[in-house]
Design a protein around this ligand. Structure first.
Ligand SMILES: Nc1ncnc2c1ncn2[C@@H]1O[C@H](COP(=O)(O)OP(=O)(O)OP(=O)(O)O)[C@@H](O)[C@H]1O
Ligand SMILES: [Mg+2]
Length: 218
């Protein structure tokens, strides 16, 4: 469950978020659309604990990240969220499998190669586990990024334009995969997208305009 009330975030003089309020239920798949610069990524970063709001209230999986100091916030991120991005953020010198287990190693935990391979199997990439990312298609790279996110067993999956650099077919496949993990793991998914087609994969779409979220487009 995500509950946001009147969240604001100001950069210098500029109000990127001017009172964002919304409730997202556990297991919901929500799309956020809106013009460039409207505050979508800023909001996603607050949910992910990468940044902190200036005022308002935010509850994610029963936790209030705004009350946390830097190290508590880092622990909050590890416990609750995984993020995937438009550029996939795979490290070029590591194999697909190594990329998938890296966040686990960075947490200071032991990586379970078998579990990682099972996750790659789930997303249809088991046969490419030992390849370097540059030898994958865009769609395959995004599937590797999804496998990496899922291995963290997050409560919330945050996706910032996950289909932004994919063609139609790969975009559709990436969305189907997000839908599938949303349903099979009961994972809450919040996806920022510019694509109407992508938003249709979600249960519901929220619209960001001028730093405020609403249920209807402007
Ligand atoms: N670190 C920062 N410092 C100053 N201004 C920022 C910073 N981050 C974001 N902004 C500003 O806040 C506003 C909202 O940015 P944000 O990245 O949330 O937009 P967005 O809706 O994700 O846009 P896009 O669709 O282009 O990704 C923009 O005007 C941006 O320039
Ligand atoms: Mg953005």
């Amino acid at each position: 469950m995500i509950f946001a009330e009147n969240l604001t975030r100001t950069y210098g003089e500029y109000k990127a978020l001017r009172g964002v309020t919304c409730t997202i239920l556990p297991g919901e798949f929500v799309a956020i659309m809106g013009e460039s610069g409207s505050g979508k990524t800023t909001f996603l970063n607050l949910l992910g604990g990468l940044d902190r709001a200036d005022s308002g209230k935010l509850v994610v999986s029963g936790e209030e990240p705004m009350k946390y100091n830097a190290s508590e916030l880092a622990a909050y991120r590890r416990r609750n969220v995984a993020m995937i991005f438009q550029d996939f953020s795979l490290l070029p010198t590591l194999t697909v499998l190594e990329n998938v287990v890296l966040p686990i190693l960075l947490r200071g935990q032991k990586a379970d190669q078998k579990e990682a391979l099972q996750m790659l199997e789930r997303v249809g990439l088991a046969d490419k586990a030992n390849r370097l990312p540059e030898t994958l298609s865009g769609g395959e790279m995004q599937r590797a990024a999804v496998a990496r996110a899922l291995l963290l067993s997050p409560k919330v999956l945050l996706a910032d334009e996950p289909t932004g650099s994919l063609d139609r077919r790969n975009g559709r496949e990436a969305l189907a995969l997000l839908r599938e993990v949303n349903q099979t793991f009961g994972l809450t998914v919040v996806m920022v997208t510019h694509s109407q087609l992508a938003a249709q994969a979600a249960d519901r779409t929220l619209f960001m305009a001028d730093g405020q979220l609403s249920a209807q487009p402007e």
